[in-house]
Design a protein around this ligand. Structure first.
Ligand code: CA2
Length: 145
């Protein structure tokens, strides 16, 4: 049976491709999920893709991934910079965690420079556009091999 990876996207990422293309690009979240799912097939992985604007929902999904997913790829959106609850949930997850940011958070406002999630993540990708999700999936395949 293929190993499952949970792909989590946080608040406002449902607007991907619809607003602010100069920062986040022109691909929609559905485009990204389709590409990640196709690559996962090639890599012999299964993907469960979820997006929520609500912190508690993201915490619930991270808890549910315990025992069902081998890894989590997460773009926590703005919760990266505020959420100890998401960090705590990830700390209770036994598998691999990779953090993705579409934009280079270090080139933006100072309040985006720190992510609570980064202290738990095996790796962080920022500023590679939506391609970052595919790079993270390739790295996840290596980590889970
Ligand atoms: O660069 C990233 O991926 C971020 O996680 C995106 C978050 C931002 O708060 C983080 O600092 C960096 C914002 C996601 C908003 O996504 C939108 C997409 C299209 C249009 C409007 C918002």
């Amino acid at each position: 049976m293929s190993k499952r990876v949970t792909l989590l996207n946080g608040p406002n990422l449902n607007l991907l491709g619809l607003r602010q293309p100069e920062i986040y690009g022109r691909e929609t979240l559905a485009d990204v999920v389709a590409k990640v799912t196709a690559l996962a097939d090639e890599l012999g992985l299964g993907v469960q893709a979820l997006q929520s604007n609500h912190e508690g929902q993201l915490v619930d999904w991270i808890q549910e991934a315990r025992g069902t997913s081998a890894g989590i790829i997460i773009n926590p959106g703005a919760y990266s910079h505020t959420s100890v609850a998401i960090l705590d949930a990830l700390n209770a997850f036994d598998g691999a965690v990779l953090e993705v940011h579409i934009s280079n958070i270090h080139k933006r406002e100072a309040f985006r420079h720190h992510s609570f999630v980064s202290s738990r993540a095996e790796g962080v990708i920022a500023g590679f556009g939506t391609e970052g999700y595919l790079l993270a999936l390739r790295r996840m395949a290596t980590l889970l091999a």
